[in-house]
Structure formats: structure tokens, C-alpha cells
Ligand binder design. Structure first.
Ligand code: SF4
Length: 93
């Protein structure tokens, strides 16, 4: 599993959920989103519309990406920190 930062500290999934992040499941990677933090800059919508699409429900469909690297790249372009990700462990169930 990759670690991610919340307030400049490595956060756990529990920390993210406590901070108001909602989890969007994927087979290899999960994306977390916090609507309170999002400023609707739309970098995610423009960067990877097959995954981030407000016309769909859920609006984040992680497994539509060709590669988890695309998901990681776009999550990292989110200017507010509203998006986070966790890559699953290779040996996970
Ligand atoms: S890139 Fe981040 S701040 Fe911009 S709309 Fe997406 S989640 Fe919100």
C-alpha cells in the first residue's frame, strides 16, 4: 500500500475517513474525495474524464482508467488535496 499525506503527515485510511474523505473503490487502487476541501477547479474532470465525471454516479469510477498510473497522475494534479489515493497491496486478498 502506498502512503499519502494529510496535513503533511502520513495518513491512514481511518484518518482520511475521519477527516471527511469518502472512499471510491477500485480493483487496484482506491480514490478518496473530500467535498469540503474541493474548490471545483476541475483538474480531475479535464485530466481523466473516464474516471472523474460528475454526470455519472458514482462520479469517480476508478476502474475506467487504462492504468492506475493515470489515476495517480491526475489525483496528484488536484490543487486542493481533495483527492487522495491508496494503491492496494500486491499480496492483498
Ligand atoms: S481537481 Fe481537486 S479541487 Fe479540482 S474539482 Fe477535482 S477534486 Fe475538486
Amino acid at each position: 500500500m502506498e502512503n499519502f499525506l494529510l496535513d503533511r503527515k502520513i495518513a491512514t485510511e481511518k484518518d482520511l475517513k475521519f477527516a471527511g474523505y469518502r472512499k471510491y473503490f477500485g480493483k487496484e487502487i482506491d480514490v478518496y474525495y473530500n467535498a469540503q476541501v474541493c474548490k471545483h477547479v476541475a483538474a480531475c474532470l479535464k485530466g481523466l474524464p473516464v474516471v472523474f465525471d460528475t454526470e455519472k454516479k458514482p462520479w469517480i469510477q476508478v476502474d475506467n482508467a487504462d492504468s492506475i498510473n493515470d489515476v495517480i497522475r491526475v489525483v496528484n494534479t488536484c490543487p486542493t488535496g481533495a483527492l487522495k489515493y491508496v494503491v492496494h497491496d500486491q499480496d492483498e486478498g
